[in-house]
Design a protein around this ligand. Structure first.
Ligand code: BJW
Ligand code: ZN
Length: 252
């Protein structure tokens, strides 16, 4: 680890240890070290010639429901095969060490829950939940659906079954979004981890925190849209940086 990162880790650990309310926003980068592809880097392998941003939309589903269904079944299998990485596990430690802790994720996987975080707000839904796109009835996935060329059809109407995620142009779940706004408004420290920060309204959360003076710490190997807001940028993979950060808090 370079000297600058070590210095920044000490300052960040001090801020965290003194904070009474911490809000954390995670993105796809947190799951990258578990083998789950990020969106804007998902240009390798079987699905490399499709644009994930095109597929993750109502228009993409309407244009080719079979393609979108097969993409989600492929990604669901990847999520199920993945395990939480040291970054996820460090966030569990952080939840235990911090009095007011709110974990907000844009991820549709359940790796934060499987790591052991108690409360996680999922702004973009869950990849393992399904419902009818027409009548909204929840649907339980059958083994044969996983390899089907087309999405299953609803038992109650002619609608296709779709994953329980939030696509572009769709409204985020109201309860989660409201709780996330409240956490951003009430926190005295905001952590942004593994997100490009380009997707609204999640990208506005650190801005809200900043507006009332909460320091922002970013953990990301690359600069993001949110880097200019950050007081401290910890440049490295979250699976490496987060365990160091928690260890530094214990060392104080
Ligand atoms: C590491 C790492 C390691 C790598 N460790 N880090 C024009 C202007 C402003 C807004 C809009 C606009 N036009 C439309 C909008 C609104 C739109 C939007 O924001 N679009 C932008 C693209 C411009 N937003 C919406 O539509 C939202 N709804 C909404 O706003 O409703 C009201 C409304 C409706 C209609 C019109 C206007 C307003 C809904 C957004 C839903 C997003 N859904 C998705 C798909 C979910 C389902 C699925 O998984 O398939 O959510 S898109 C995708 O992006 C997914 C992610 O959660 C989200 C964010 O991506 P994330 O997590 O940041 O991943 P990446 O890949 O972008 O970045 C990874 C990062 O990790 C990088 O920085 C790496 O460096 C880093 N990294 N390895 C740490 N080891
Ligand atoms: Zn239906």
């Amino acid at each position: 680890m370079d000297a600058e990162l070590t210095r920044s880790l000490v300052v960040a650990a001090d801020l965290l240890a003194n904070a009474q309310a911490v809000a954390v926003l995670t993105g796809a980068g947190v799951s990258a070290e578990s083998g789950v592809s990020t969106f804007r880097d998902a240009r390798s392998g079987l699905w490399s010639h499709f644009d994930p941003l095109q597929l993750a939309s109502p228009e993409g589903f309407a244009a080719d429901p079979g393609l979108v269904w097969r993409w989600y079944m492929h990604r669901l299998a990847a999520v199920e095969a993945a395990s939480p990485n040291p970054g996820h596990l460090a966030l569990v430690q952080l939840e235990r060490l911090t009095p007011g802790f709110t974990l907000i994720t844009q991820n549709v996987d359940d790796l934060h829950e499987r790591a052991g975080n108690v409360h996680t707000l999922h702004l973009h839904g869950h990849i393992a939940r399904f419902f009818c796109q027409t009548c909204q009835t929840p649907y339980t996935l059958r083994p044969e659906d996983r390899t089907a060329p087309m999405p299953p059809v609803c038992r109650f109407c002619p609608g296709y079954i779709r994953p329980g995620v939030v696509w572009f142009g769709e409204i985020l779940p109201e309860r989660e979004l409201r709780a996330a706004w409240q956490a951003a408004d009430a926190c005295d420290l905001f952590l942004v981890i593994g997100t490009s920060g380009v997707v609204y309204p999640a990208s506005q959360l650190p801005l809200r925190a900043r507006r009332h003076g909460a320091p922002i710490i970013e953990i990301n190997p690359e600069a993001s849209e949110l880097s200019p807001l950050a007081d401290i940028c910890l440049r490295g993979p979250s699976g490496v940086v987060l365990p160091h950060l928690v260890a530094q808090m214990h060392r104080r």
